[in-house]
Design a protein. Structure first.
Lengths: 229, 375, 251
């Protein structure tokens, strides 16, 4: 549950003149990006490699801090957040291209990793999530025994375990064949609708971005175009 | 899934490194346990020998380490001591470390004044005590009997004289169990020191207070130049071997502690460098920075605690093994006190915290985005 | 002027520069003083190792001594094993510097016979003559530089005698001045052949602060080595009236 309640008037997320410089100012990854994402929206960010789409996702996910500009989560500016990791835990779920599952942990334990250090028993919720994602028979399998699609579904379950409001997915289908990719996207979309989640997904694949409500196209660190899918 | 299981899993993922680190720490801890327990045992055994005898004060010549043996004529000092208030009995003792058998290391040979209170604390297991001052008979400690393969009725040659083994005794002090015991007169004869003793044991009456003991010490210092009166504890503290062994155990604790902390530090630093990206993922998944600190310090404490437990067992094994070594028998009795072993465990935990804290803070300070980019 | 005179003159001028260094005479006097004792006893274990490496059965003996300026007396008693038990060798050195030695057996009171002070004691490298340190009263003493033995510096002193009756004619000692102990003593015969070397391996401190040997090794010309370890004794031994009785009776 979020500590910042939703309001129909404001978008869940908005960026304001967001800039990010790399290499001591030599490289401009983002250059004055202004976007808004509405509650429950499914947004795809696309563009050629190096256009700044992953950097934008990292900033939204508080994994990096902008050189200038700010991001608002509902009414809350990121710059006023005192504990970024707490904010991340409460509000954001990450899905990566290469899954980033821990090889020595079972599917179930991998889902539980984000709950470590939080009080309470999360086992039942983890099981329920995995069952919902069609992995009821694979819970005690190790990542090496799972297919790519299954691994990404475990990763999605992991992103959901802390009940976030936003899922940030960085090329979630980049390591999958088209059949598996389609399945993963189905799962992601289904969960989004069911839980009224906001999903922001980075992808360079047009067939993947086509699943989104809206596509933000980027080029050279700037928003190039915003189109409805 | 909790932090402990996660930490254990991380260590389990790198079995070779974990095993090496644990063995390095356990060796250090083993050295600490073995040396310290022996040093304490040594001290306690001497102390026990003096305490068991019921001696309250010991009067001896002031001597420094590694000096010529210089026993003194008992009668020059004894009358003055006997005249001091509260002094009940003054008993001479002459001892030397002597080789009495080709195939056994040197043993302590004690000469105690016949009929004195010194004999009272021993328990006769077999045979009898030397019947009179002039009898060429000895009583031997149970451990000495075993080491020299002697029993009641056998003969032992000491400094060229034959002595019959009259009895075998048991003492609460290991040093006495490994010793041969004869009357003072006999000891003086065989070592060619008629009338001389190494120390005079003083038994005080029951009304003596701590202040009285201090007064007696001061009086001895004043009236008997060259002599000191000390309690058995102080004598033990002055014992060169006790001092050396304690110094060695302290040095070992220091060195093992330092090396242990460095080993853990190095291991954990290597470990977090290898896991930079993983830590980035954990942070991205919503881990609090303090959870990362807890994880890394937890891992290093698990390492040192495991090393500590194995080291304690190994140390006990080493010390016990040394006790049974022919050369050492009857000379060391390691003491493993629970408070000490718990302190060693505490030391292990401290090592883990000290060695793990910096790597942990370093890991927690990682920028998640940067960490994620790392291969 | 002869060469010798020049050297003497040079020596005389050079002397003040080395005032801190002990002269042969003061060093020898120090050694003589350090040896003085109203009575001492030392018990030692002696092990002889033949040149072929064979180790003889070790034995124990006790040495009782009284070292005065005029008269010096030593009595050696075999303690164990049977081979040496109860066997005595006693010797006396008087102002005339002759050493008179007798040998006797405890069990046979009338067995007293004359003995050679230069003889080996109980088939070991120990020699009674050496224990008297007679060379410290020889007239010719010269300092020949310094050496380092086991980390201790010592001054080399060469002592010579022309006395034809002396079994040893020349002794080279390396004296540690602080400890008043010769750390290494080499004894030569009249043809300058090395008879034996006495090397101190471990020391202990006397009440006076001077050092005494705790362990030493005597190596003879044929490379027989004798290891001696003092394991017991008394720095203030009360010499009995009858300790030297056989010496007195044997006169």
């Amino acid at each position: 549950m979020s500590i910042f309640p939703p309001s129909p008037q404001t978008p869940i997320l908005s960026t304001h003149k967001l800039s990010l410089l790399f290499d001591e100012g030599q490289t401009r990854a983002l250059d004055g990006v202004d976007i808004e994402v509405g509650e429950g929206e499914f947004v795809a960010i696309t563009g050629p490699s190096g256009c700044g789409k992953s950097s934008l996702l990292n900033l939204i996910g508080t994994l990096d801090t902008p050189t200038s500009g700010d991001i608002h989560f509902r009414t809350q500016p990121y710059s006023a957040l005192r504990d970024l990791s707490l904010f991340r835990r409460e509000n954001i779920g990450f899905v990566f291209q290469s899954f980033h599952l821990l090889p020595t942990l079972s599917a179930l334990d991998n889902v539980l990793v984000p709950t470590i250090g939080r009080p309470g028993d999360h086992q039942e919720r983890a099981r329920a999530l995995l069952t919902k994602l069609g992995l009821s028979k694979r819970m005690n399998h190790f990542p090496a025994k799972l297919s790519g699609g299954e691994r990404q579904r475990v990763a999605i379950a992991r992103a959901l375990i802390n009940d976030p409001d936003i899922i940030l997915a960085d090329e979630p289908t980049g390591s999958l064949d088209s059949a598996n990719a389609a399945q993963v996207l189905d799962v992601l979309d289904g969960i989004r609708r069911e839980k009224e989640l906001t999903v922001i997904m980075v992808t360079h694949d047009a067939s993947v971005s086509a699943r989104a409500d809206r596509i933000i196209r980027m080029r050279d660190g700037k928003v190039d175009a915003e189109v409805a899918a | 899934m909790n932090l402990l299981r996660f930490a254990l899993d991380n260590l389990y993922r790198r079995p070779a490194r974990t095993a090496l680190t644990v063995s390095a720490i356990s060796l250090g801890i083993a050295a600490v346990v073995a040396l310290t327990s022996i040093a304490w045992g040594f001290e306690a055994s001497w102390q026990k020998a003096n305490d068991a005898r019921g001696t309250d004060l010991i009067v001896t010549r002031i001597a420094s380490e590694n000096t010529m043996p210089s026993p003194f004529v008992a009668e020059q000092v004894k009358p003055a001591l006997s005249a001091i208030p509260h002094v009940r009995e003054v008993v001479g003792l002459l001892s030397e470390m002597l080789t009495v058998s080709e195939d056994a290391p040197p043993v302590f040979v004690f000469g105690w004044a016949h009929g004195s209170y010194l004999w009272e604390h021993l328990e006769l297991k077999n045979g009898r005590w030397p019947a009179e001052d002039g009898e060429a008979a000895i009583a031997i400690g149970s451990l000495a009997a075993e080491m020299l393969h002697k029993q009641v009725g056998d003969q032992i040659e000491i400094e060229g004289r034959m002595f019959g083994v009259a009895g075998i005794f048991e003492s609460s002090a290991m040093i006495e169990n490994g010793a041969l015991l004869m009357t003072l007169t006999q000891m003086q004869q065989i070592t060619d020191k008629p009338g001389k003793v190494n120390i005079l044991n003083i038994k005080l009456d029951s009304q003596t207070s701590e202040a009285d003991i201090e007064a007696i010490k001061a009086q001895v210092r004043k009236t008997l130049p060259g002599f000191i009166a000390i309690t058995s504890g102080e004598l033990v503290q002055k014992n060169a071997v006790v001092r050396i062994s304690k110094a060695m155990s302290n040095a070992t604790i220091l060195i093992a502690g330092l090396v242990g902390a460095l080993v853990v530090f190095n291991t954990m630093l290597m470990s977090i460098n290898e896991r930079t990206r993983e830590i980035g993922i954990l942070l991205a998944l919503g881990w609090q920075r303090r959870t990362v600190v807890k994880l890394i310090v937890g891992e290093s404490v698990i390492l040192t605690l495991a090393g500590g437990v194995i080291g304690i067992l190994l140390g006990i094994l080493i010390a016990t093994g040394l006790e049974h070594l022919e050369l050492m028998r009857g000379k060391i009795a390691a003491i493993f006190s629970f408070p000490f072993l718990f302190s060693v465990l505490g030391l292990s935990v401290l090592l883990g915290i000290c060695g793990g804290l910096y790597p942990a803070i370093k890991a927690a300070r990682l920028q998640p985005a940067q960490a994620l980019r790392q291969e | 002027m002869t060469m010798r005179c020049i050297l003497l003159l040079l020596g005389a001028f050079a002397l003040p520069a080395y005032a801190a260094e002990p002269t042969a005479a003061t060093l020898v006097e120090t050694m003589k003083q350090a040896r003085l004792s109203e009575g001492f006893e030392a018990r030692m274990e002696v092990a002889t190792i033949l040149p072929n490496g064979h180790r003889a059965m070790p034995f124990k003996l006790s040495v009782v001594g009284q070292i005065g300026a005029e008269r010096q007396r030593l009595r050696v008693r075999g303690i164990s094993p049977d081979k040496v038990r109860g066997r005595f060798v006693a010797a006396e050195r008087n102002a005339d510097e002759r050493i008179r030695t007798i040998a006797y057996d405890e069990q046979l009171p009338r067995s007293i016979e004359k003995a050679d002070p230069a003889a080996r004691l109980f088939d070991s490298g120990l020699v009674l003559w050496d224990m008297f340190g007679a060379w410290w009263s020889w007239p010719q003493q010269a300092i020949e530089g310094s050496d380092r033995i086991d980390g201790r510096t010592c001054t080399l002193v060469r002592s010579r005698t022309d006395d034809g009756t002396s079994p040893v004619r020349e002794v080279l000692s390396c004296v540690n001045g602080d400890g008043k102990l010769s750390l290494r003593t080499q004894l030569f015969d009249r043809r300058h052949r090395l008879l034996r070397t006495i090397a101190v391996k471990q020391t202990m401190r006397k009440e006076s602060g001077a050092l005494a040997a705790k362990k030493l090794t005597v190596t003879e010309a044929d490379r027989t080595a004798t290891e001696v370890e003092v394991y017991g004794g008394d720095e203030h031994y009360l010499v009995n009236a009858d300790t030297y009785a056989p010496l007195d009776n044997g006169k």
